[in-house]
Write a protein that binds this ligand. Structure first.
Ligand SMILES: C[S@@+](CC[C@H](N)C(=O)[O-])C[C@H]1O[C@@H](n2cnc3c(N)ncnc32)[C@H](O)[C@@H]1O
Length: 302
């Protein structure tokens, strides 16, 4: 680590951070998937440089304070296994910058790709005017949806008041406060009688087996955001049972269940899930139309 303090340029620091990360047990699952991308983010942030800087910054000198920042962030990343976005206070999702801290999980859902496409072609209704982000955390999915669909109003719901406070800060930073509502709610409880064109949800979905074997980085995220019962489907079962009541007849439900997708298929063999494929990776996101949900509603009751 001392060698980092002696790095005199951005390029040198990058090489040293990359080598230190590669020689460590750090796990990459919070916005990057490899040591190089993580080293780039860490060094650029410490040097106060834009996250999309190109090679021209490599020869730039690092001040003593910047070199110390690189060393300290790297130490906490490797020794305490804190995910990098919690150390820098920022994350990138759907092409936007997010304020990020342990009040909510770090944005990483593959739904980013879908919302940037306006939920097409899966959503087939008229231009969506009302959208619900259920289990919104720090707000990345619902707020990015509002950003890319400027005619839509978005409700964001979460049980956790701390997560909602972070979502409110993100809404403010993105200038979206006039088109979004943030409500503390146990699933749909706070929006009785409302009807949405699209309901999108990345609920907790980690099953007990995965929860007990997750890399140390995940222990820094709120427990309420991860586990969801023995098979990871406690919350998803409740969402499937009620979603049709909150959707327009032409509406669409989008739910992420990650690795629990096989358990979901097995639990509801009668449901015609469409599993989405993503250009930039990720899996375990399905869509169901309001019609499909309604046709199966009797078998979905909690
Ligand atoms: C996997 S995180 C997703 C956060 C955000 N949507 C994202 O993609 O980064 C799940 C969220 O569900 C919330 N949650 C857990 N149980 C809930 C419940 N019963 N009702 C509403 N939200 C709940 C947690 O507080 C957490 O913020």
């Amino acid at each position: 680590m001392n060698s980092i303090k002696s790095a005199s340029t951005v390029g040198e620091a990058l090489e040293q951070v990359m080598a230190a990360l590669q020689g460590s047990e750090a796990y990459y699952g919070h916005g990057t998937d490899n040591a190089w991308d993580e080293a780039v983010q860490l060094v650029l942030w410490s040097a106060g440089l834009p996250a999309d800087s190109d090679d021209s910054v490599l020869p730039l000198p690092l001040s003593a304070a910047q070199a110390l920042s690189v060393a300290e962030v790297l130490r906490r990343r490797i020794e305490e296994r804190v995910p990098l976005p919690y150390l820098t206070g920022e994350a990138w999702f759907a092409g936007l910058r997010w304020q990020c801290d342990p009040r909510a999980i770090i944005p990483r859902s593959p739904i980013a790709e879908l919302l940037q496409a306006g939920y097409r072609p899966w959503y087939r209704g008229p231009s969506p005017s009302r959208i619900l982000d259920l289990c919104c955390g720090g707000g990345c999915i619902g707020l990015a949806t509002a950003w890319y669909l400027p005619d839509a109003r978005v409700d964001l719901l979460d049980l956790d008041a701390e997560a909602l406070a972070l979502a409110a800060e993100n809404a403010q930073a993105l200038g979206l406060t006039d088109r979004v509502r943030l409500l503390q709610s146990d699933l749909f409880a706070a929006v009785p009688g409302e009807r949405y064109d699209i309901i999108v949800s990345n609920p907790p979905y980690v099953d007990d087996a995965d929860l007990s074997s997750m890399p140390a980085e995940y222990a820094h995220e709120p427990a309420l955001a991860l586990g969801s019962g023995a098979d990871g489907l406690d919350l998803t079962r409740r969402i499937l049972a009620r979603a049709a009541d909150y959707l327009q007849p032409h509406g669409l439900l989008v739910v992420e269940v990650g690795n629990s997708w096989e358990a979901l298929e097995k639990a509801f063999p009668q449901l015609p899930f469409t599993w989405l494929e993503f250009e930039h990776g990720g899996h375990g996101v399905c869509v169901l139309s309001a019609q499909e949900l309604r046709q199966n509603q009797s078998s979905l009751q909690e």
